[in-house]
Design a protein around this ligand. Sequence first.
Ligand SMILES: Nc1ncnc2c1ncn2[C@@H]1O[C@H](COP(=O)(O)OP(=O)(O)OP(=O)(O)O)[C@@H](O)[C@H]1O
Ligand SMILES: [Mg+2]
Length: 282
Amino acid sequence: MFRLKNVTRRFGERVAVDDVTFDIPQGQMVGVIGRSGAGKSTMLRMINRLADPSEGSIHFNDIEVSSLRGSGLRNWQRDCAMIFQQFNLVPRLDVLTNVLLGRLNHRSTTLSILNLFTREERIMAIAALERLGIEQTALQPAGTLSGGQQQRVAIARALMQNPKMLLADEPIASLDPLNAKIVMDALRDINEREGITVITNLHTLDTARAYCERIIGMAHGRVVFDGSARELDSEAVRTIYGTGADGAEIDESMTSTAIRNPAKQDNIKESASPTPLALAGL
Ligand SMILES: Nc1ncnc2c1ncn2[C@@H]1O[C@H](COP(=O)(O)OP(=O)(O)OP(=O)(O)O)[C@@H](O)[C@H]1O
Ligand SMILES: [Mg+2]
């Protein structure tokens, strides 16, 4: 069980996250929606401890995440992987090495500096790339991949951490609809097959509805909706997004992309690799 308890984050006078409390059982897929500036990214960053709460506490089972320091904090950041809108890969490094960087928190600093990854780790990295259907890109510089491929590399890197939770901050905001669907399908697959809790900020309602069993709506730093897609009726949408600047009702199409067919695919791979281990130099 993961829990936020009365969490507030201030930046000077500004309250970015305001007294947020909720529980998330292990294995849920949660979408967080809300207008720009509602506090979605700040909340995710506090969960991963990239930012610290001004008040309140964050708990994972019997660990108080918000007070961790040193190795405890590093272990939490390993258990709680995060992916970003802009992928955050090292563009000049090849895909395989980018994925292997996900193992850094499992290793001693000396080994990390020497960049000595074990055979098992390389096999694990190739398996993660295969799972996401991009093993053929293993030796390419990450910066030469399409946005959708780069986000899949970032997911593979996150999987290398063997995380218990996966946080995603607008993972599809920079992608076209086809790649957005591939990435969302991958997150759902990880959630369902591994039972990893997924919390993803999304700027489009239809994606949240299609993929998330639970939707948390934020406005002005507060949670103003917490329920299922079915419960997210037009009144709830108004509460989350308010009215337009001209006072007009919010039109759901304003928050919409075109993932029209999110039906689950059994296999998200695009192609089979004839010699995936050879790609890893094995
Ligand atoms: N490092 C910071 N310093 C000062 N203010 C900040 C900082 N980070 C966030 N804020 C402010 O906190 C509020 C919430 O920002 P946040 O980025 O969490 O919103 P968001 O819901 O993720 O928005 P978006 O949809 O645009 O990504 C905003 O008013 C923002 O300006
Ligand atoms: Mg944000």
